[in-house]
Ligand binder design. Sequence first.
Ligand code: BES
Ligand code: ZN
Length: 594
Amino acid sequence: MLPPTMSKRDPHSYNDDAQPEVEEVAWRARVDFLARVLEGEVVLTLRAPTSSAQPIDLDTRDLAILSVSGDSGGRLPFSVGAPEPILGSRLRIELPAQARTVRITYRTSPEASALQWLSPAQTAGGRHPFLFSQCQAIHARSLLPIQDTPRLRIRYHAELTVPRALRGLMAAAFRGREEKGELAVEKWEMPQPIPPYLIALAVGELASRELGPRSAVWAEPEVVERAAWEFAGVDQMVRAAEALFGPYDWERFDILTMPPSFPYGGMENPRLTFLTPTLLAGDRSLVSVVAHELAHSWTGNLVSNASAEHFWLNEGFTVFAERRIVEVIDGPEVCALQAALGRRELDRALGRFAAQPELTRLHTHLAGIDPDEAFSEIPYEKGFLFLRAIEEAAGRPAFDRFLRGYVERFRFRAITTDDFCALAEELLPGVLARIDAPAWLDKPGLPPGAPESRSTRLDAIRALGPTLPSEEIGRAFSPVEWQLYLEQLPHPPGGELPAGLLAGLEARFHLTGSSNFEILVDWLELATLGNFAPALPRVEEVLGQVGRMKYLRPLYQALCARSETRPLARRCFEKYQAGYHPIARQVVEALLRG
Ligand code: BES
Ligand code: ZN
């Protein structure tokens, strides 16, 4: 007999795997920008009719459940449990025997954790409001009542009613728009089964440009030309990725350039990747993020982690795949430099999590832990190095066969770390033992002998140490080289910067004016820690313009590191928090508290 806890296989869902599974979702919602809510109705179709009367538990967060009915339209008894801080509320519905569908009418809350409602002033155009969702890891439940675990894949139909002046987009196949008076009804279908965290929508004033036979870019009209230029290489990327990992299974690969408050760099919503506008550097220097989200079309969206405890399967594989795409397009040297940058980020993240070593394992245990709080670069970069270690042990040709076999075997499924290990053992016998896979997967930190990336350009940057590069050397740096240079400089208060270095850098290279956000934020962080006052107005500006957590975190942290600048951190947060995404607001709040 299984222990009782075995029926709950995902610690972040109320789903009980002895209960019926939902296979199809038909979702209708009216987007109310005034009240900042969705008035929703969802019809859930079970994989098979129930054999006897039994309950089904759904995940919800901050939803007002208005009615629940069954196949014949008759009301079904239901109860909404007390809200748990991480999980939200369990919605239990009592199903009769032979039940096949459940219809639920409900309303979302203005505080729905998956949604950000932007006022016109928070958009580039300034004329219309904007709405977008971000469901990974466990926010879909604040949009609709659902079995919100990636273990259970769903197909869906959706219909959104939006103001006529606006355009809705979903990460699904568009099935038409009908205008009715002041409103428009738009329809989509997602025919491939997906984990619920990949449900995604955006509503706003949106325009598009074709980028290739199966790609277009969407953005506010003010931004769309710049976005089209920046992402023009996307079709070449799709073709490179197909050559590496097999056919692209999602028909289209479109891009939506988000408003600046989007809390991530990118989100791999199927058919419609969401990207931060901070990628619009004007020189295509940040498009590896596009390669990353594209790579998720195989690793993540076809083969999905069964829960957040196996998140490394999504992100570690995707960083590996991203770098293989970069290697094909930009060459091995660029790839090695990006991997070196990743290693720096890994080391910093391992330092940050020194007090919670269990979160530095690849296979984590997250009962009672919010996945947004466990989030770090560790599953990305330690996962990448683990796969590199396997690749080195097996040889590239064998590992490439394994990668394709992995996608082929597990496509449209959700898997655990054990499933991965079993296939690795089958296709690459003995390799896991050779590299001591259990140390990688179940022990904190980084095992000895982790693969290192080597490059002569990297050596040259390291040789510079804390000296000011000559005009000639600095001008020849690529953006990644600038990042590597800045990150290898000593960071106060732990490290000591040579007097005058920050002023010298600024005078010679005007880093405060950089249009590449990666360089800019690395520089502003260092300048803040190093008490270089001329950079502070730009820090404040960035905190007011951008909501990407990757940038908010180091800048707020740097401001908090010194007593002179701590009040500025508080002032900025007071002033700008209303513009941050709910998840980003939480992260900064925790940081200011702690
Ligand atoms: N899927 C992630 C974003 C994410 C992870 C959202 C967990 C919510 C919970 C996405 O693919 C990602 O990894 N984005 C990175 C980009 C990168 C590593 C190139 C980001 O946002 O910085
Ligand atoms: Zn990712």
